[in-house]
Design a protein around this ligand. Structure first.
Ligand code: BGC
Length: 740
């Protein structure tokens, strides 16, 4: 009797869990009567109040609001602020909205919480290197809880721009070059920030940005023009946004860039036809910072009024910082240039999200619990784990790593060894430099009390001076091993931080050479926010660890990896070039008529550098070894709407437990539109004990096998498909199947 009851309970629970994971995410069930409430409110609003909801204004850098905000909010003329934060300050302003304005519509507080609010997690590019979306979901969820505690209810994240050009500083904010990996991280981050119901305590509204193709800026120069086929747009740049919408994201941000001659903050094709028409997105779109006003610089319009008209009619709902909707709305309406329906629809979308967010029910933050919810020991522990899982071991000749904790002496060298700023990366929220555990501290925390740890900076990240080299060299000479920390300063990555060179800046490469020349075993740890060009290091230094900008706990996590408490399992989410002249270089390129493998002169390559990358997409080593073999397919032939499963056996052939990331790529060998030489269509990070074997299985169906044809229809075409599995985009075993 008991067992049947238990079985019944398990059945109900499984049905519930099944429903939970298979139901598309919708907020209608959790926020009842939203549409009716929106319409009731809309009916009471004056035009000025409506336009007020479409406006977002910036606060002070300190997190304070500005005196003007008080006045506007009291009159019902401001819908949202950005950068105003902290429970006390947000409550102060919110009280005016909720208690003193005519319609009592709460203000929506936004802030850039990109990879942490106060506890800073690894930069998003680093987290993508974990190939573990569940990890990104966890860190986003912790970031959401800290954000919520501070009164902020909306983050301008995730940044889901595909970036194939490491010169672009904002490559640091996204998940790298691949649409499939990018979509997986977009989905995970939205779920982390919002959960399945973003009105829940500790959850915040997310914003997928920057819609769209911002990452394709020509020359890698920030804010620059983009020009591409609709196929590329749909296949490469759209998928992470689509995944974010599938995961229920409430808002999108329109971008700064021009796209095929129509700036994305006034582009009816992307903002209305695709977003609202095809994808049925019912949340709202906020422009990027002054992007509406910038339509004049783009040369799309000649004046403020036309800029407002173009952006509103194209589908931007909320204007960030510039005020052209408010200044020109009444005239545009009077002259019939913008319809009442367009304005009402924008207001409706914003109010809908405010209701779904539960802002009307819970407009205030809890000042008493704020401090206790932020930078907790548990959050720091999660940051440490995330940083460890994000690191990529690039080279490890003769098992130079891991180091022994009982080593006699260790020289910790380099401008980033004891730097508290760089590990936080760009957009480090409310993170404090003082909170950062540097690598030097992490190493000191880790080694045995007998180990002598000596530190020498050597040089700055930037600048010409080598005055510190002598001390650094002597420090290395007196130690058993030298670990050199080089990379980029915080200000060298992120927005408006494009670089024309990917070399280590300043004298850092010379410092590495000087240390290597001592003959002491040398290890290089990179702390940076984009792929660097480090050919000399790769050729000459026995061990190289890509630690990225790892956040608040970076130093402890680095020590975990250097000393083997964590076995690195990260993989590159972006191709590392040999020289900047190879850029753009990405794995999922087309083949050309003269692919570079051929041995004649007249094929697609360079005279002065190999055409291959320094490290391919998906690459990363471990302290153990894996063997991937025995590729099996459930069918050798399928129909165009059919599917098959593909699996391989993975064995840990080494002596330590470790993580392998099994990656699945396909190639559609001949099609009516030429297809990439490889496309990632599946991946799985698994942990195996020494000697352990596991079979890893993937399913391939129309969603993975199709593309946009010449008529812009998504099709799966008959013919041969290659399927390739392995531990990076080059090291693969393959088989073929046919689509009939
Ligand atoms: C950035 C956005 C950011 C916004 C608000 C802009 O300069 O492009 O990504 O969300 O500022 O801070």
């Amino acid at each position: 009797m008991k067992t049947t009851r238990l079985a019944f309970q398990i059945l109900i629970l499984s049905l519930f869990l099944f429903a939970l994971v298979t139901t598309p995410i919708s907020h209608s069930s959790t926020a009842p009567n939203v549409e009716a409430r929106v319409n009731a409110l809309l009916a009471k609003m004056t035009l000025a109040e409506k336009l007020g909801q479409l406006q977002q204004l910036d606060g002070e850098g300190t997190g304070d609001f500005r005196p003007e905000h008080v006045d506007l909010i009291r009159k019902g003329l401001l819908g949202s602020t950005l950068n105003v934060r902290g429970a006390k300050k947000t409550n102060q302003l919110q009280r005016i909205a909720v208690e003193e304005s005519r319609l009592k519509i709460p203000n929506l507080f936004g802030y850039d919480v990109i990879h942490g609010y106060r506890t800073i997690f690894p930069i998003p590019l680093a987290e993508a290197s974990s190939w573990d979306p569940a990890l990104a979901e966890r860190t986003a969820s912790i970031a959401a809880a800290e954000t919520y505690a501070s009164g902020v209810r909306w983050t301008f994240a995730p940044m889901v721009d595909i970036a194939r050009d490491p010169r672009w500083g904002r490559i640091t904010e996204g998940a790298g070059e691949d649409p499939f990996l990018g979509a997986a991280f977009a989905r995970a981050r939205v779920l982390g920030f919002q959960g399945r119901d973003y009105s829940a305590q500790g959850k915040v509204l997310a914003c997928a940005k920057h819609w769209v193709a911002y990452g394709a800026a020509e020359g890698g120069r920030d804010y620059n023009t983009t020009d591409m086929s609709e196929q590329t747009l749909r296949e490469i740049y759209f998928p992470p946004f689509h995944a974010a919408i599938d995961a229920g994201v409430g808002t999108l941000m329109s971008a700064f860039n021009d796209l095929n001659g129509v700036p994305t903050s006034a582009n009816p094709f992307t903002l209305t036809k695709v977003l609202r028409g095809e994808w049925k997105f019912d949340g709202f779109v906020v422009s990027d910072y002054t992007a509406v006003k910038e339509l004049i610089n783009h040369g799309l319009v000649a004046n403020d009024r036309d800029a407002a008209q173009a952006a509103l009619n194209a589908g931007v709902d909320m204007e960030m910082v510039s005020r052209l909707f408010n200044q020109n709305g009444p005239d545009l309406l009077k002259d019939g240039k913008v319809s009442q329906a367009t304005i009402d629809e924008a207001v409706r979308r914003i109010l809908r999200i405010k209701f779904r967010l539960g802002l009307f029910e819970h407009p205030y933050a809890d000042e008493a619990t704020e401090a206790g919810s932020i930078l907790t020991a548990a959050n720091r522990a999660a940051a440490r784990e995330a940083a460890g899982r994000s690191m990529v071991l690039l080279k490890n000749q003769n098992d130079a790593l891991p180091l022994n904790k009982n080593i006699g002496s260790i020289a910790v060298i380099g401008p980033l060894a004891d730097d508290r700023r760089a590990p936080l990366g760009w957009w480090s929220g409310d993170g404090h430099d003082d909170d950062t555990v540097t690598a030097l501290t992490g190493i000191r925390n880790k080694v045995s009390p007998q180990t002598k740890v000596s530190y020498a900076k050597g040089c700055e990240v930037l600048g010409d001076s080598s005055a510190g080299f002598e001390e650094a060299v002597n420090t290395a000479r007196q130690s058993d091993v030298a670990v050199v920390f080089v990379g980029e300063a915080k200000e060298m990555v992120g927005e408006a931080a494009s670089r024309s060179s990917l070399d280590l800046p300043g004298r850092q490469m010379d410092l590495v050479k000087a240390i290597q020349a001592t003959g002491k075993p040398t290890i290089v740890v990179l702390i940076n926010g984009r792929p660097p060009t480090i050919a000399w290091i790769v050729d000459n230094v026995p061990a190289v660890l890509e630690a990225w900008m790892g956040g608040t706990e970076a130093g402890n996590a680095i020590a975990d990896v250097l000393f083997g408490d964590v076995n690195p399992g990260g993989r590159l989410p972006v191709t590392f070039p040999r020289t900047v002249g190879q850029v753009p270089i990405y794995y999922n390129h087309l083949n050309t008529g003269r692919p570079p493998e051929a041995s004649s002169r007249y094929n697609s390559k360079y005279l002065d550098v190999a055409w291959t990358p320094q490290f391919p997409f998906g690459f990363g080593l471990s302290y153990t070894q894996f063997k991937i073999s025995n590729l099996q397919m459930s069918a050798a032939e399928i129909t165009s709407n059919g599917s098959l499963t593909v699996s391989v056996e993975v064995m840990n052939t080494g002596k330590r437990a470790g993580d392998e990331v099994v990656q699945l790529y396909i190639r559609d060998v001949a099609a009516s539109m030429t297809r990439p030489v490889k496309e990632l269509k599946g991946f799985k990070r698994i942990t195996l004990k020494p000697g352990e074997t596991q079979r890893v299985e993937f399913t391939l169906g129309p969603e993975q096998l199709g593309f946009y044809n010449r008529d812009m229809r998504y099709v799966v075409e008959p013919g041969e498909f290659k399927v390739m599995l392995g531990s990076n985009s080059e090291d693969l075993i393959e088989k073929s199947f046919q689509v009939r």
